[in-house]
Design a protein around this ligand. Structure first.
Ligand code: GLY
Length: 438
């Protein structure tokens, strides 16, 4: 089967590798040449992933049987609709269904309408004085969100990026003046986790849970990034997620898929629930309409079922299974110094792939070109995979020593200490649970 992959980051390198491992002939369209994808692709075209007409032209030229969409921006442009109108089935939601990610107000209203579990108090405002008096009456700390895609920027939380509700009101006012609307939600305290599922619009197949490290620096401080790393455990859950939490979160994702089907806009592809595990239940912070980056690198390397088979199941409405090895994974991203605000660009980075492999680790290339020049975003990920989290973390840390240049990473991703910190946060919030061994 000939598959077109759209996108050229670390997530897409992991998708491409899994497609090839499963027997697909790979073709890629992305805005830069990813050196890892370049090695395994039969054909590679350069284009902006959001330039839907050009992507279609490349898909037709390559004569692909199916397309796999990596990032969210082309989904927002309706890439799946355009490809399918031209006879190319695509893994990813239609433009309308992708609104679960691209329009945060739509997602919250959908949750309310279908009483999907994991809801939060929220309001959408277009009027400044109404917004101000609602925040005053609400009284508790809030989160202020632009409605559209923000690329990891734009969401601000009282107690973190905003000092108090006064600052929240000022920021919300700025967004109303800029965008016409703003979403305000209650702040939920807890620990975040990632739950990704495959779906064909009806059947929902879970992937192992993962935990992302969004802050730039060790100890969970510094600006929010696309994600500096992530881990998953060999039992496919997380130490602080109880069996009941897992079932509730899965029920949230199943109910969301069912709601989209009832709305007449079935959702197919990968649905990513970003959950906040609060004291009482997991609440949806956001939906994403694609694999996580880095979380794709936790789940795809341990996927046992061929990805092309899953892709055919998704587009054909007969998704059956996805099995994963019982392995722990730790992903550590290296990003250019100064990332995310002011990254160094245009200089080379040394990546000793042979040495990294000797350590037992894997490399996924991201925002570097074929000459290994830094392009400004997260550059390369090193992944450890093993029977235990400790061993996976040790392998990733050993591998990362063989990347040199103007880059930094978070040494604490997946360490016992950082996992225990997350368990402690939940215990301090009053959650009663016995941590799962991981
Ligand atoms: N790791 C967060 C995301 O992919 O959106």
């Amino acid at each position: 089967m000939k598959v077109l992959l759209v996108g050229g980051g670390g997530r897409e390198h992991a998708i491409g590798e899994a497609l090839v491992r499963g027997g697909a002939e790979l073709y890629v369209v992305s805005k830069h040449r990813n050196p890892g994808l370049l090695k395994i692709a039969e054909g590679y075209a350069l284009a902006r992933e959001t330039d839907v007409e050009r992507v279609l032209a490349h898909a037709e030229r390559f004569g692909v049987d199916l397309a796999f969409i990596g990032p969210e921006a082309p989904l927002e442009r309706g890439i799946v609709d355009v490809l399918e109108e031209n006879g190319i089935p695509a893994v990813g939601p239609s433009k309308e269904a992708a609104r679960l990610e691209t329009d945060k107000a739509f997602a919250r209203h959908m949750m309310e309408k279908y009483e999907i579990p994991g809801r939060k108090h929220f309001r959408v405002f277009d009027d400044v004085s109404e917004m101000r008096s609602w925040v005053d009456d609400f009284g508790r700390p809030v989160v202020v969100k632009p409605l559209g895609l923000t690329g990891g920027k734009g969401v601000k939380v009282v107690g973190y990026q905003l000092r108090d509700n006064e600052e929240a009101k000022a920021y919300a006012e700025e967004l109303i003046r800029r965008d016409g609307k703003v979403l305000i939600e209650e702040r939920t305290d807890g620990v975040e986790f990632t739950f990704q599922v495959f779906t064909d619009g009806k059947n929902v197949i879970p992937m192992p849970l993962a935990q992302d490290y969004p802050h730039a620096y060790e100890g969970d401080v510094g600006p929010i990034t696309g994600g500096m790393g992530s881990y998953s455990c060999e039992n496919h859950t997380l130490p602080f997620v109880t069996g009941e939490d897992y079932e509730r979160a899965l029920e949230t994702l199943r109910a969301t898929v069912e709601a989209m089907r009832k709305e007449g806009t079935p959702y197919k592809g990968i649905l990513y629930g970003q959950f906040m595990l609060a004291k009482d239940e997991p609440k949806i912070i956001e939906y994403n309409a694609r694999f996580g980056d880095p979380e794709a690198m936790n789940v795809l390397p341990i996927l046992k079922t061929p990805l092309p088979e899953i892709a055919e199941g998704i587009v054909g409405g007969r998704l059956k299974k996805a099995e994963f090895e019982k392995k722990a994974t730790v992903v550590k991203y290296l990003a250019p110094r100064g990332y995310p605000a002011d990254p160094i660009k245009g200089v080379g980075v040394e990546i000793r792939e042979d040495k990294i492999r000797e350590e037992g680790a894997r490399v996924y290339y991201a925002s570097v070109d074929e000459n290994l020049t830094l392009l400004g975003s997260r550059a390369v990920a090193v992944v450890g995979i093993a029977g235990s989290l400790e061993e996976a973390e040790r392998i990733a840390s050993a591998g990362i020593r063989h990347v040199r240049g103007e880059v930094f990473h978070r040494a604490d991703v997946g360490t016992r200490e950082s996992v225990e910190k997350r368990i402690r946060v939940l215990k301090e919030l009053g959650k009663e649970f016995e941590p799962n061994p991981c």
